[in-house]
Design a protein around this ligand. Structure first.
Ligand code: ADP
Ligand code: MG
Length: 346
């Protein structure tokens, strides 16, 4: 299937609702042709509002604009933007068959009947639901409905595909399977896409880049690696993945913490809190390690295990991810070490 993705530019798009809610501060970003951008953030941070503005379902506040390639589409309604949308709730027509739903957008665009049938067949095949063509919507499972919604969005060959938490209503294993399929689909179609989610694993897997949102603002834009390994704020560090934090004190480039006597020399140690990931911790023999903690809980996860460790202080436990080989008993003493370069000061 041939599609040509649009390059998208969002320029100073903010939204204040009539009741005074500031849903979105003016935000700006660009999406390259064929790129998938995942928009990630907690509930209420403005993701759906941003997506609706890009789709043309609502306008931005004065001063904002949306561009597809070199065209200013700010005042174009959704039906003239050539976008496909998929929502969390399927928004299918319950009184039409699967085929009727998928053909609908083509019908209103006056695509001739023969071509319509060919295109419907093509997207039903693509979504592996050809055998469901004559089914009624209420005879479908949640996952099948979401496949129909995707097929319907793709049938019109949009320049831009907008997905708003499309997998949130599905159970975990189905969510993972469809996530993989959507990833393959977006890559093979070369379509430009914005994928809104509050699920970090979806964002990290699907996004060529991830936009992390916080309270109507962009907290950080970057590749999954950047966002995870080089978070630029405490919010991003703690929102994505698990992060340990230890408090300490700073003396010109030296961070010292009472927890286990951790001290590191780092010229950029400019904050009294050091952050590190569970997988950055090396477990050592307690006798020789500078930093000793007690095993509080062990969560065996199959491929790996997650230890909750405690020092003498009553603060948060230190979380450590390690392979599945050694067995750790609650109450045991372990030594840990973190490389200085794996510490983040935020
Ligand atoms: P998200 O999709 O990230 O959960 P939304 O974009 O739906 O967030 O909402 C952002 C904020 O705007 C929330 O505080 C929400 O309650 C508010 N909001 C959304 N739609 C409206 C509306 N039509 N009128 C007033 N407030 C709204
Ligand atoms: Mg939303």
């Amino acid at each position: 299937m041939e599609t040509t993705g649009a390059r998208v530019r969002v320029e100073a798009c903010g939204k204040t609702f009539p009741d005074g809610t500031h849903a979105l501060e003016p935000i700006s970003f660009e999406i390259a042709r064929g790129e998938t951008v995942a928009m990630l953030g907690p509930s209420g941070c403005g993701k759906t509002t941003a997506l609706r503005i890009i789709a043309g379902l609502m306008g931005p506040d004065a001063g904002g604009s949306v561009w597809f390639d070199d065209e200013d589409v700010t005042s174009l309604p959704i039906e003239r933007r050539h976008v496909g949308m998929v929502f969390q709730s399927y928004a299918l027509f319950p009184n039409m068959t699967v085929e009727g739903n998928v053909a609908y957008g083509l019908k209103i665009r006056k695509v001739p009947k023969a071509e319509r049938a060919a295109r419907v067949g093509e997207v039903l095949d693509m979504m592996h639901i050809a055998e469901l063509a004559d089914r009624a919507i209420d005879q479908l499972s949640g996952g099948q409905r979401q496949r129909v919604a995707l097929a319907r969005a793709l049938a019109v060959r949009p320049r831009l595909l907008l997905l708003d938490e499309p997998l949130t209503a599905l159970d975990a294993s189905l969510r993972e399977r469809l996530r993989t399929e959507i990833d393959a689909l977006l890559r093979s179609l070369g379509i430009t896409a914005v994928y809104v989610t509050h699920d970090q694993s979806e964002a990290l897997v699907l996004g060529d880049r991830v936009i992390v949102m916080e309270k109507g603002r962009i907290a950080q834009i970057g590749t999954a690696r950047d966002i995870y390994l080089k978070p630029q704020s405490r919010f991003v560090a703690e929102f994505i993945g698990t992060m340990n934090r230890i408090e300490g004190s700073i003396r010109t480039g030296r961070f010292e913490s009472a927890v286990g006597g951790l001290a590191v020399e780092r010229a950029d140690a400019n904050s009294a809190a050091a952050f590190f990931r569970p997988e950055s911790v090396r477990l050592e023999r307690p006798e020789s390690a500078p930093f000793r903690l007690t095993v509080e809980r062990v969560h065996f996860l199959g491929a790996s295990q997650r230890l909750h460790l405690r020092g003498a202080d009553a603060g948060r436990p230190i979380i450590v991810d390690t392979d599945n080989r050694a067995s750790y008993a609650p109450g045991a003493l372990v030594g840990i070490a973190v490389a200085a370069e794996d510490l983040l000061f935020l």
